[in-house]
Design a protein around this ligand. Structure first.
Ligand SMILES: CC(C)(COP(=O)(O)OP(=O)(O)OC[C@H]1O[C@@H](n2cnc3c(N)ncnc32)[C@H](O)[C@@H]1OP(=O)(O)O)[C@@H](O)C(=O)NCCC(=O)NCCS
Length: 98
């Protein structure tokens, strides 16, 4: 989790060891950190981006209550050198799913 300079927005990123995937770990972690950001740090927005083809990552975001905002074109250069679009998701106060 990172906070922007004025601390009204938090940005999330996640990665789970391959052997531990599919057990709900990322969903629980994202929910806990998002609650901390909204309720303890009082940010006004939590956001994250995923690759358009990363359906597991998008599913995690949606399970926590994040809403899909749209596609950012040519947004990130990946490790293999390709520049790819990203999908932007955001969560505002009151939108967290328990
Ligand atoms: C994305 C990632 C963090 C998810 O972690 P995880 O602990 O396995 O996630 P969870 O178990 O909490 O939830 C995964 C959900 O995605 C779903 N899912 C998995 N593969 C999927 C696919 N190919 N298409 C659609 N949904 C998929 C699972 O069914 C589950 O949803 P469900 O509970 O409704 O069944 C993990 O796969 C990962 O580390 N991937 C590599 C790094 C990465 O892509 N990070 C995100 C960058 S934006």
């Amino acid at each position: 989790m990172g906070l922007n300079a004025h601390e009204y927005r938090a940005t999330m990123g996640y990665w789970v060891a391959a052997s531990e995937r599919g057990r709900g770990i990322c969903t629980r972690a994202l929910r806990l950190l998002s609650r901390h950001a909204l309720e303890d740090l009082h940010v006004q927005r939590v956001d994250l981006v995923t690759d358009p083809d990363n359906f597991a990552s998008q599913r995690v975001a949606e399970k926590v209550g994040f809403r899909r905002e749209g596609v950012l074109r040519a947004h990130l250069r990946h490790a293999d050198g390709r520049v790819r679009d990203s999908v932007m998701f955001s969560l505002l106060p009151g939108e967290l799913h328990d």
